[in-house]
Design a protein around this ligand. Structure first.
Ligand SMILES: Cc1ncc(COP(=O)(O)O)c(C=O)c1O
Length: 476
């Protein structure tokens, strides 16, 4: 018995009509570049004709999307539930103006916050701040950790008049040297504060003043895990020892921030035991444990939150999100709630229309068991990537993934770039991570047929690069 596709009326498959980007995309790029930086644009999308896992571009190409606008597209393009909600007036309350949600929120906002957004809250984290982007989420999470450490230092007393005077001179005693530990290869955003925790590429940080915060080696596990246990255990033990040493030496460390799987940094994975030990160490010293789920959150790992797979001894203190959640924000433990209002605040505090869309997205995820789909499709995807690596050992290595949050490494950076370009010409939108990985961040409606279509194009590109006849694999 065949089950119906999760996304109705998707295109039958990839269709390549021109080079990608095609002539219309290039024309648009010229126009666009007169006003904005268009150098990073892959192609221009025909927004209304794109459906499900397939982008339609302005040149009429139908492109299978493995990248999802950098992991941001939960239901694929133009899901009928979202379009029906829009056309049926469900978003009317959010369409006429953009409110300052900390001042006069529409009543419907409360329904979203104590409804869908509370249903998906990580266990134990009952409080929520919403903002717009991932970097803002991280910055405010870090501020929350600083407030916690300052409160502990003052033992609940109010700041002195002298504290307040020095604050206005940017010379706060015991505050300007508070720190956040992050991990080598980590990415937490590009705003001035979050950038001090970001460690993935120098070009992101170059020429911007930064806090001198400590960095610890991320224990990037080698794959397959079972064949590399000794190596993985050793590097994890070394990272944990560095964290312990730093915390023992410096009481001004307020927080530790880490991604469950390093995204921008090259799809690097550590073990559940490693994360449990980090949680234990930080809880013991009352250092705020921030799990940055901006890229891993909302289903892509086959769980709503990737950290659910660790079986932590107690919940993280803070979990940040954005991307597939449409809004930025963070969930946190009630004891971290700042004593005074206005300390974690901005004008919009999120965006009602994105919240309204997210409510529908969560309903569809629940109705269609999209997380179950991601887990099943992810198993197939990683098996297929392992097969690819076995077939082309000189080209590929380190096939890995949790759910469809998957990746494979190319021989070197130049080969990775050539593969991504080759896939693009065959109608597959893929993206790199780190210096040699190709990452998968498809929508939650990515199914077996899409895996087979993608892997077929990988074989085709690989044959071309390894000198074997390229045509044999197409459609296999
Ligand atoms: C783990 C992580 N944190 C934070 C960010 C920053 O998010 P944004 O680009 O929305 O500011 C990203 C973006 O890629 C991310 O992957």
């Amino acid at each position: 018995m065949t089950t119906p596709p999760l996304f109705p009326d998707e295109p039958a498959g990839i269709h390549v009509a021109t080079a990608i980007p095609g002539p219309k995309s290039e024309e648009l790029r010229v126009r666009h570049a007169r006003v904005q930086d268009a150098r990073t644009v892959h192609f221009y999308q025909d927004a209304t004709r794109s459906r499900g896992n397939y982008i339609v571009d302005v040149d009429g190409n139908t492109i299978l999307d493995l990248y999802g606008h950098i992991a941001c597209v939960p239901l694929g393009y133009n899901h009928p539930a979202l379009l029906d909600a829009w056309r049926g007036g469900r978003f009317d309350w959010a369409a006429g103006y953009r409110p300052a949600l900390g001042i006069a929120p529409p009543a419907e906002w409360v329904g979203i916050v104590d409804g869908a957004l509370s249903r998906v809250a990580p266990k134990g984290l009952t409080q929520l701040v919403t903002v717009t982007t991932g970097a803002e989420a991280v910055e405010n999470a870090i501020k929350t950790a600083f407030v916690r450490l300052a409160r502990k230092r003052r033992e609940g007393a109010a700041p002195s008049a002298e504290d307040l005077r020095l604050t206005m001179l940017n010379r706060q005693p015991h505050t300007n040297d508070m720190k956040v530990i992050s991990f080598e290869g980590g990415f937490h955003g590009r705003s001035l504060g979050s950038l001090s925790a970001t460690r993935s590429k120098a070009i992101h940080k170059l020429d911007f003043p930064a806090f001198e915060w400590p960095v610890v080696a991320f224990p990037a596990n080698r794959f397959p895990l079972t064949e590399n246990l000794e190596y993985n255990n050793e590097i994890e033990a070394r990272s944990l020892a560095s964290v312990r040493d730093l915390l023992d030496a410096d009481p001004q460390i307020a927080a530790l921030i880490i991604e469950p799987i390093q995204g921008e940094g090259g799809d690097r994975h550590a073990s559940a035991a490693f994360f449990c030990e980090l949680r234990r160490i930080s809880a013991e010293r009352q250092v705020t444990f921030i799990v940055d789920e901006v890229q891993t959150g909302a289903g892509g790992t086959g769980r709503f939150w990737a950290h659910e797979g660790w079986d932590l001894p107690e919940p993280p203190d803070i979990v940040t999100f954005s991307k597939k959640m449409q809004l930025g924000g963070y969930y946190f433990r009630p004891e971290l709630f700042p004593a005074e209002p206005w300390r974690i605040f901005n004008t919009f505090l999120g965006d009602p229309i994105r919240g309204a869309q997210l409510e529908v997205i969560i309903e569809v995820m629940e109705r269609d068991d999209l997380i179950g789909n991601v887990a099943r499709t992810g198993d197939l995807l990683v098996r297929e990537l392992s097969g690819l690596q076995a077939r082309y050992p000189g080209l590929f290595s380190q096939a890995r993934g949790v759910g469809t949050y998957a990746a494979i490494d190319a021989r070197d950076p130049a080969t990775r770039d050539a593969i991504v370009r080759g896939l693009q010409q065959l109608g597959v939108e893929a993206g790199g991570s780190g210096d040699r990985s190709i990452r998968f961040r498809p929508a939650l409606v990515f199914e077996a047929r899409h895996v087979h279509e993608a892997i077929d194009r990988f074989h085709h590109v690989a044959r071309g690069l390894s000198g074997q006849p390229a045509s044999a694999g197409m459609g296999a």
